[in-house]
Design a binder for this molecule. Structure first.
Ligand SMILES: *[C@@H]1O[C@H](CO)[C@@H](O)[C@H](O)[C@H]1NC(C)=O
Ligand SMILES: *[C@@H]1O[C@H](CO)[C@@H](O)[C@H](O)[C@H]1NC(C)=O
Length: 359
């Protein structure tokens, strides 16, 4: 946003001088980033722009790391996953320019997210040369800037196979007829045609489990495919769709893999996922099934496979344990159970007080 200024022209140096200085500063900053002088991986999200350019000492910097920086590839591909640190300072100066003005929590105000810290921490190791090939699936390609970021992030992994799903590239037409009326967002990506040809971009409704199963069994779970290790849910952010993704994909991820769920923020669409699904899976993580303690798991198809849950603001990562993937899970059991978005329907929550009194 351009701010109106009341200062008189003659108090400014000439426009030409400003332009020359600006170009020089841009060049230096660009060199610093591309030359690897500054590693923004561990950037303090609240750091202001002036701190960034004037005191690089404040940026935690590990010159020995050979990991690809998710923050840098995210900036290069302009994904919203890492857009918030750069936008926060301007948004704090001018609240009206924020996407969510006046949020009590400042980090919620700017457009974009701070997901680089999570991606670096969990998957930085997977970017090193010599990493065994794996299969990756993103749900929600949209215009592909996230996909492009993952592609660069994992570019050193020979044989890595990166898939994505998108609804907007289905046949155009009315939604009632199962078609898409709002334009093909995916076709804006320069790799669109090639991804389709390579069977890496799958056009369809990722909340339709029958279709998911078709794609999984014919395009992903092939005998010559590397193991499915990472699934990222970044699609409609409608709670029921988010739950569908977890219940279908988590049991199909190979041991030691991960499911990333993005955009668990307080918005109408995603709210039940945050307030109803997340507490249940957290409860299940600690489930024992002690016969002396009348408890029940909320999600019987998920908890036996769950190693850990790790969340930062608006992003959670579910880790798969060492148990093998369940390829034979029925389609019925691959759908969200009735309690998925209603925690009072889970015994542990409905009976929480009684359970603790008995024991
Ligand atoms: C779900 O996907 C299947 C397989 O692609 C398709 O035949 C079916 O029509 C879809 N159902 C809906 C409701 O779109
Ligand atoms: C797959 O899931 C079903 C239903 O939860 C379960 O009965 C079966 O034992 C599981 N199989 C494996 C190999 O985990």
């Amino acid at each position: 946003m351009v701010q109106p200024t009341r200062r008189r022209q003659n108090t400014f140096p000439s426009i030409g001088a400003i332009a020359v200085i600006a170009i020089f500063v841009c060049f230096i900053v660009r060199e610093a980033f591309e030359g690897g002088w500054i590693d923004l991986t561990n950037i303090d999200p609240l750091m202001t722009t002036s701190q960034l350019s004037s005191s690089p000492d404040n940026v935690k910097y590990d010159p020995t790391s050979r990991e690809v920086s998710f923050y840098e590839v995210g900036l290069e591909t302009a994904t919203d996953k890492v857009a918030a640190p750069g936008r926060l300072p301007g948004c704090l100066k001018n609240d009206a320019s924020c996407t969510r003005p006046s949020c009590v929590r400042k980090e919620c105000r700017p457009w974009g997210h701070f997901y680089h810290t999570m991606y670096q921490q969990k998957f930085g190791k997977w970017t090193l040369p010599g990493t065994k090939p794996f299969q990756f699936l993103e749900i929600g390609f949209f215009q592909g800037s996230g996909y492009d970021a993952y592609n660069k992030f994992f570019s050193n992994v020979k044989g890595a196979e990166l898939h994505s799903m998108e609804i907007s590239c289905i046949e155009p037409g009315p939604r009632e007829e199962g078609k898409w009326p709002w334009g093909n967002f995916a076709s804006k990506n320069s790799g669109y045609e090639s991804l389709l040809k390579k069977n890496l971009l799958h056009c369809g409704d990722a909340s339709n489990v029958t279709w998911l199963n078709e794609v999984y069994t014919t395009k992903l779970h092939r005998s010559d495919a590397p193991p499915l290790k990472l699934v990222v849910e970044d699609a409609s952010h409608i709670s029921s769709h988010m739950a569908t993704s977890v219940f279908f994909w988590f049991p199909r991820i190979e041991p030691g893999g991960f499911m990333v769920i993005e955009d668990i923020q307080p918005i109408a669409d995603a709210n039940l996922f945050r307030t109803q699904f997340m507490p249940q899976i957290m409860s299940d993580l600690h489930f024992c099934g002690d016969p002396e303690f009348q408890d029940q798991a909320c999600f019987p198809t998920l908890y036996p496979l769950l190693q850990s849950i790790h969340c930062e603001m608006h992003i959670c990562v579910l880790e798969r344990n060492e148990k093998s993937a369940n390829y034979s899970l029925s389609l019925e059991l691959s759908k969200p159970p009735p309690n998925a978005l209603d925690l009072q329907k889970c015994y542990s929550f409905a009976k929480a007080k009684e359970i603790s009194r008995k024991n």
